[in-house]
Design a binder for this molecule. Structure first.
Ligand code: BG6
Length: 539
C-alpha cells in the first residue's frame, strides 16, 4: 500500500503553505528520491525479479494472477527484466501454457460478470507478459524439481525471486521445506520471498504448526501471507475514510457507536468446491480471516505512519483484544433446496447428511478502551438473497428526544455504510425535516459511488498485492502473530469444550439466512440490515 504523500498535514505547525508536513521524524528518504521518477499515478515500476508460480495450471493462476500481471504490465509497473516461471505437474511446452493463459485471459476480459472485465485485451501488454513466461514441469514434493529450479534461477535478475504458492494447502509445508533445503531462500544479494494463500491452517494448532515450519526455513520478513480482501481498493479505502476525514474519527468510538455489522453475502453456492468446503465450512473459510481483516481495518487505532509495521501493529492489537468467541456468540446455517436453487447436500462431493455450515453469523467484542461493549456482528453465507460485502457502522441515538411532540415514532439511526462489493462506495443514512408545514422528520440516504468519480479500471484485486510484494511492502499481508491470535479467538467455536459440535440450522437457498441468526441480534434488541435492500425508500 504505497502512499505518495502525507494527506493529514494541513494544520500541523510543521506544515508548509500547501499543507505538506516536514520530513517525518524517522527522516526516511522517499522512494522517488532514489532517482527513478514516479509514473503519473505516483508509482514506479517494481524492481526486477523472477516470479515462480507453483500451481501454474491452476484456477488462481488463470483467474487472478495472470490478469493481475497483465494489468500491472498495462500500467507499466513491471520491470523489463522480469521473468515468470510456472511450475506444475505434467509435461507441457511453454508455448502451450502461454496459449492456455491467453485464452482464459481473453475469456475473462470479455466476461462482464468477471472481476476482470477489461474489454478487449491490449495485445502489446499481453505480448510483454507472454515473452517472459517459462513453463517447468515438476512435482511439488520431489527434490529434483527444486534442484532444476535452482539452476534456472541462477540468472534471476538482481537475484530477486518471489515464490508464489498458488497450490492446495497440503503443499505449503513440502514446498517451503524443499526451497529451504535447496538453499533457494538464502538472500545473497537479492530478495527471496514466499507468497502463501489462505487457508493458513484450519485452527490455532495447525496455524502454529505451519508458521513454525515455514519460519524454520525463512525469516518472517520473507513471508507474504495473502488475504485477498486486503487487495480490494474499497477495503484499503476504509483507512482513507477514517483517517483522511475530520468528520468520522471523533465519533468512531464506543461513546457514539451503537454497533457495527460486517456482511459478506454471496449468491453463489460452493461452485464445484464441495470437497474443500466439506472440510472447511463458511466459518473457517471467511470469519477468522476475511471478516476479521475488515473488523481490524474498522477498529484499529490510527497508526503513526503507513509503514507496514506501524499498520500491522495496530491491527494486531485489535485481534489480540477480541474476546474469545463462545458457541453462544455464533450461529451456523446450511442452505436447503428452494425455488431459487439446490440445497447444499445435493451439491457434488457433498455428503447427503453433511453437517457443514454454509452460513455463519457471530457477535464479536473488542475489549479495549475504544470499543468495550460495542458489538460487531459478522455474517457470511453462500446462496443468500444478494451478493453484498459491506460494513455498516450504526451510531447511537441522539441524547434527547427534541422531536417528541412531533409525529415521529422513532428517529432512524445514523448509519455509515462502507460498500466493498459489488457496489463500491459509501452511503450515510440520516434524518431531515420532510417538506411541508408540519415539523416532521424523515430518513434519507446520501451515497457516493466510485464509478461516479473515478474511471472504472480492470482490477482483479491482486495487482496491489503482487506489486507490493515486489516492492517489499508488507502492509497488506498478514503477520504470523495476527494469524494465530485470530485463530485463537475462534478456537472455542471450532473445538467446543462442552456441548458437542455447533448446531447447523437450515435456511432456504436465496433467503436472508437462518432465523437463528436473527435471534442472535434480537437478543440484544437489534436486527440485521436487510440484505435485499439497504436503500432508504424515496417517498
Ligand atoms: C474466498 C473463499 O477466500 O473468498 C470463497 O474461499 C469466497 O469461498 C471468496 O467465495 C469471496 O471473495 P470475494 O472477493 O469474491 O468476495
Amino acid at each position: 500500500m504505497s502512499t505518495p504523500s502525507n494527506p493529514q498535514a494541513a494544520n500541523s505547525p510543521n506544515a508548509d503553505a500547501n499543507g505538506n508536513l516536514a520530513a517525518p521524524r524517522s527522516c526516511k528518504v522517499s522512494a522517488s528520491a532514489h532517482g527513478e521518477p514516479p509514473s503519473p499515478a505516483g508509482k514506479r515500476p517494481a524492481p526486477p525479479c523472477t516470479l515462480v508460480i507453483f500451481g501454474a495450471g491452476g484456477d488462481l493462476t488463470k483467474r487472478l494472477l495472470m490478469p493481475a500481471l497483465y494489468n500491472l504490465a498495462v500500467d507499466g509497473l513491471l520491470d523489463g527484466g522480469m521473468q515468470i516461471v510456472g511450475v506444475n505437474h505434467g509435461e507441457r511446452e511453454t508455448s502451450a501454457w502461454c496459449e492456455e493463459l491467453h485464452q482464459s485471459l481473453q475469456k475473462f476480459a470479455a466476461d462482464k460478470a468477471s472481476t476482470f472485465h477489461a474489454g478487449k485485451l491490449d495485445d502489446s501488454a499481453w505480448d510483454w507478459v507472454a515473452q517472459r513466461l517459462t513453463y517447468m514441469a515438476g512435482d511439488f514434493d520431489t527434490p529434483d524439481t527444486f534442484a532444476r529450479l535452482k539452476q534456472k534461477l541462477a540468472q534471476a535478475p538482481g537475484g530477486n525471486v518471489i515464490f508464489y504458492l498458488a497450490v492446495g494447502s497440503r503443499f505449503f509445508k513440502p514446498i517451503v521445506e524443499h526451497l529451504g533445503e535447496t538453499g533457494l531462500l538464502k538472500e545473497d544479494g537479492g530478495f527471496r520471498r514466499i507468497v502463501i494463500e489462505k487457508p493458513f491452517g484450519t485452527d490455532l494448532a495447525s496455524a502454529r504448526d505451519l508458521n513454525a515450519h515455514i519460519l524454520s526455513q525463512a525469516k518472517e520478513s520473507q513471508i507474504y501471507r495473502i488475504d485477498h480482501f486486503l487487495g480490494k481498493d474499497t477495503v484499503q479505502s476504509i483507512l482513507a475514510v477514517r483517517f483522511a476525514n475530520a468528520l468520522f474519527e471523533p465519533v468512531w468510538r464506543r461513546e457514539y457507536i451503537d454497533s457495527v455489522q460486517i456482511t459478506a453475502a454471496e449468491t453463489i453456492g460452493v461452485e464445484g468446491r464441495g470437497k474443500f468446503y466439506e472440510q472447511t465450512g463458511a466459518f473457517r473459510d471467511m470469519v477468522p480471516n476475511h471478516l476479521f481483516q475488515l473488523l481490524g481495518m474498522v477498529a484499529m487505532e490510527p497508526p503513526n505512519s503507513f509503514d507496514a509495521e506501524a499498520v500491522r501493529n495496530k491491527k494486531a492489537e485489535i485481534f489480540d483484544a477480541i474476546l474469545p468467541l463462545t458457541p453462544n456468540d455464533v450461529v451456523f446455517g446450511q442452505y436447503e433446496k428452494s425455488a431459487t436453487g439446490v440445497g447444499y447436500r445435493e451439491e457434488p462431493d457433498v455428503a447427503p447428511d453433511s453437517k457443514t455450515e454454509t452460513y455463519a453469523a457471530a457477535r464479536v467484542f473488542v475489549e479495549n478502551w475504544r470499543w468495550a461493549g460495542v458489538p460487531f456482528y459478522l455474517r457470511t453465507g453462500k446462496r443468500l438473497a444478494v451478493r453484498r460485502t459491506e460494513i455498516s457502522v450504526q451510531l447511537k441515538p441522539v441524547p434527547f428526544r427534541l422531536f417528541r411532540d412531533t409525529p415521529v415514532d422513532a428517529l432512524t439511526p445514523n448509519v455509515l455504510t462502507l460498500r466493498i462489493d459489488p457496489a463500491h462506495g459509501t452511503s450515510f443514512d440520516f434524518n431531515v425535516k420532510t417538506p411541508g408545514p408540519v415539523m416532521q422528520i424523515g430518513p434519507v440516504q446520501s451515497s457516493f459511488n466510485y464509478g461516479d468519480f473515478f474511471a472504472e479500471r480492470a482490477n482483479v484485486g491482486y495487482e496491489t498485492l503482487l506489486y507490493d510484494c515486489m516492492l517489499g511492502d508488507e502492509t497488506l499481508f498478514q503477520r504470523a502473530d495476527s494469524i494465530e491470535t485470530s485463530w485463537c479467538a475462534v478456537d472455542d467455536v471450532l473445538h467446543p469444550k462442552t456441548g458437542g459440535a455447533m448446531p447447523v440450522h437450515g435456511y432456504a437457498a436465496g433467503s436472508e439466512g437462518p432465523a437463528e441468526a436473527d435471534a442472535l441480534l434480537a437478543r440484544d434488541g437489534r436486527a440485521w440490515r436487510p440484505l435485499k435492500t439497504n436503500a432508504i425508500e424515496k417517498k
